[in-house]
Design a protein around this ligand. Structure first.
Ligand code: ATP
Ligand code: MG
Length: 644
């Protein structure tokens, strides 16, 4: 029996969306999308309001929303709030080092900075449609650079600031980008990240870049190439603080963003102007049940889609105030997240399971030290959250009273797709709840037949388009078609497996490619990992299959232990017993490999494809490792592998 956390009276009070509203909106969005979306377009300010709503086909693939509409995204995120109340706070910035003073930018100031940067970019030669690569620390100028591109109608491609020169160069080439915005260096966990030096090395590999704008942030010494590089603080004073917004067609490109690379070579996903913005705006307000004046903190980096949609475009298009944090959860102390929540009185906190597991590892005391009474809502995104981590989040951070929204979505979906809504849905630890308005999930078997009814699992597909859907893979529409629309004709294939439980709630069971088939039984990675994480000694677990003579596939589990726990044969036996107890003997791991760390993408997700190669003894061919956060972790795992 799953435990269920009903909607609390506090969450229901004043909600934008109670159960009846959800039923009505969700029902209408599927049955009569035209009327539904016609009722939503006034969320945005248009130069010309669209008359056409959705106009899409998935064979051949051609996706358009609001196509006759004209607008400017930066106007929607800035001008309309600055006009109403220029003093309203847009961004509160917290530095990596807690001793560095905070910055506070009002909507009026953010608009002025954005216009200045738009003018500086225009002086560098940036024109409508040009691709601009942005690789920045988590500072307000990252958002300013994105919005400045939007103001000019240029297409931004934000590349996470932690990437290597090779990875930056590859993305510059893929996007055919001739402009870069960066900073001298970023600070993360007390360490300097030499961004400008990385860009210089990247441009030595990929010389097509004509101009680089450099924000001075850390004060680190950097080399400036005359004629190519210019300092933002030097040009800033010489450009006007007004800039006419470029009127953009709804289907003009807004940005390119590379996926996390969990399953292979990252894809340059392309999002367009109006549909993306409307989806980010509507999901932000509804999923987080945002209330005027609240402070929203999404801990993601702007280099990932979560940062695009829930630090920049969703909140700012809703006139919200966001906290932007440069640092990491565990520096200078393991209580940093909670110290920041208490310091700024954060109301809504949105983070990833990987961060929660690393904090759980440290116990409850670091959380208990801080006054978290400002919090009203918690959220998670990025991977399936193990029920044990969910309960910890709920009990220790949420004091047993705060709703948690577990939002399932993808770079390709632009914004949240499935989640419990705090005022409408009871939550189950580990479940991604219900589809958002206009989202039509379904399960299919390997042959593409629909799996009906409840208490069933299969491959997760979507049967209808939504405004936030990616339109293509930049420069490679064929890859877009093959990746998402070819496995099941006429359907969007997510790549994820899912279960629809007896109550119709959705659970993500892991990547379909990672499903393990033991003696004909199909096991999702999430289920086995959650059983291991349910053991008191375990911090984190990743399981993969490997070829097994008798069973077809065996189970290889990689496990990290909580701080202060020693590994032993007895503990390994106990872990095996735990999996048997919670799932059954079929799921009992053949190998349990205790390790101090797991290989992760730079966005913090476990890279099971690499673990699979090691378990298969195929570590000579690991595939694309450009998004791997720490290669040393892989070397140690190869050296210590149990499956020789
Ligand atoms: P790539 O597509 O390059 O392999 P990626 O899929 O990790 O990388 P993202 O777009 O960042 O790139 O991640 C989307 C995926 O993350 C989803 O398909 C799903 O597997 C997982 N995911 C995100 N949120 C959740 C969630 N709340 N519950 C379960 N899984 C989630
Ligand atoms: Mg993906």
């Amino acid at each position: 029996m799953d435990d269920i956390y009903p909607v609390s009276a506090a969450a229901a009070a004043g909600t934008r969306c109670d159960a009846a509203t959800y039923a009505a909106m969700h029902g209408q969005a599927l049955a009569d999308p035209d009327t539904f979306w016609r009722g939503q377009v006034d969320r945005l300010q248009w130069v010309r309001k669209p008359r056409v709503m959705g106009n899409w086909r998935w064979d051949p693939v051609n996706i358009r929303w609001f196509e006759d509409g004209v607008l400017n995204v930066s106007v929607n995120c800035l001008d309309r709030w600055a006009a109403a109340d220029p003093e309203r706070l847009a961004i509160i910035w917290e530095a990596d080092d807690p001793a560095v003073p905070n910055r506070r930018l009002s909507y009026g100031e953010l608009l002025g900075e954005t216009c200045r940067m738009a003018n500086a970019l225009a002086d560098m030669g940036v024109r409508r449609g040009d691709r601009v690569t942005i690789t920045m620390p988590m500072i307000p100028e990252a958002a300013v650079a994105m919005l400045a591109c939007a103001r000019l109608g240029a297409v931004h491609s934000v590349v996470f600031g932690g990437f290597s020169p090779e990875a930056i160069a590859g993305r510059i080439a893929d996007a055919d980008s001739r402009f870069v915005v960066t900073a001298d260096a970023g600070m993360r966990g007390g360490k300097v990240v030499p961004l400008k030096a990385h860009v210089d090395a990247a441009l030595a590999i990929e010389p097509r870049v004509a101009a680089v704008l450099v924000v001075r942030h850390s004060g680190a010494e950097v080399a400036m190439v005359p004629g190519r590089d210019r300092w933002w603080h030097e040009v800033r004073g010489g450009v006007a603080k007004v800039s006419p917004p470029e009127p953009m067609g709804a289907e003009d490109p807004l940005f390119i963003l590379y996926t996390s690379g969990s399953t292979g070579k990252p894809k340059g996903v392309l999002h367009t102007q109006a549909g993306y913005l409307l989806w980010a705006n509507l999901t932000f307000e509804t999923v987080f049940d945002y209330r005027a004046g609240e402070l929203f903190w999404c801990t993601a980096d702007v280099g990932w889609v979560t940062g695009h949609s829930y630090i920049v475009y969703g909140p700012l298009s809703a006139g919200a105030t966001v906290l932007m944090f440069e640092g990491v959860p565990t520096w200078p102390e393991v209580d940093r997240f909670w110290a920041v929540v208490a310091k700024h009185k954060v109301n809504i906190f949105y983070t990833a399971p990987t961060a929660l597991r690393s904090l759980m590892r440290e116990g409850e005391a670091p959380v208990e030290r801080h006054d978290l009474s400002s919090l009203r809502l918690l959220g998670t995104v990025g991977e399936p959250i193990n029920p044990e981590a969910w309960r910890w989040y709920h009990r220790v951070v949420g004091k047993g009273r705060l709703p948690i929204v577990d939002t399932w979505w993808q770079t390709e979906t632009g914004g949240a797709m499935m989640t419990p809504l705090p005022g409408a849905h009871p939550a189950k630890p580990g479940a991604a709840g219900f589809p958002f308005f206009g989202v039509a999930p379904a399960l299919v078997d390997a042959d593409g037949r629909f799996i009906e009814g409840n208490d069933v699992s299969g491959n997760l597909v979507l049967t209808a388009s939504w405004p936030g859907q990616a339109r293509t893979v930049y420069g490679d529409h064929q890859r877009f078609v093959e990746t998402y629309f070819t496995a099941y004709h006429g359907l969007y294939f997510t790549g994820d497996g899912a279960r629809r439980d007896a109550d119709g709630q959705w659970w993500i069971t892991g990547r379909v490619d990672d499903v393990i088939n033991v003696s004909g039984h199909r096991l999702g990675t999430a289920e086995v990992e959650s059983a291991l994480v349910g053991h008191a000694a375990v911090a984190e677990a990743a399981v993969v299959g490997f070829p097994h003579d008798i069973k077809g596939q065996g189970i290889y589990a990689y496990v990290t232990l909580k701080a202060g726990v020693e590994g032993s044969d007895a503990l390994v036996a106990d872990l095996r017993a735990e999996v048997r107890r919670s799932i059954g003997p079929i799921a009992s791991p053949d190998h349990i490999h205790l390790t101090p760390a797991l290989p992760k993408t730079r966005s913090g997700k476990i890279m099971r494809r690499i673990l699979r190669k090691i378990a298969e003894n195929e570590h000579g061919s690991l595939g694309d490792v450009s998004t791997l956060a720490d290669p040393a972790v892989v070397e140690a795992l190869v050296a210590g592998r149990l499956n020789r």
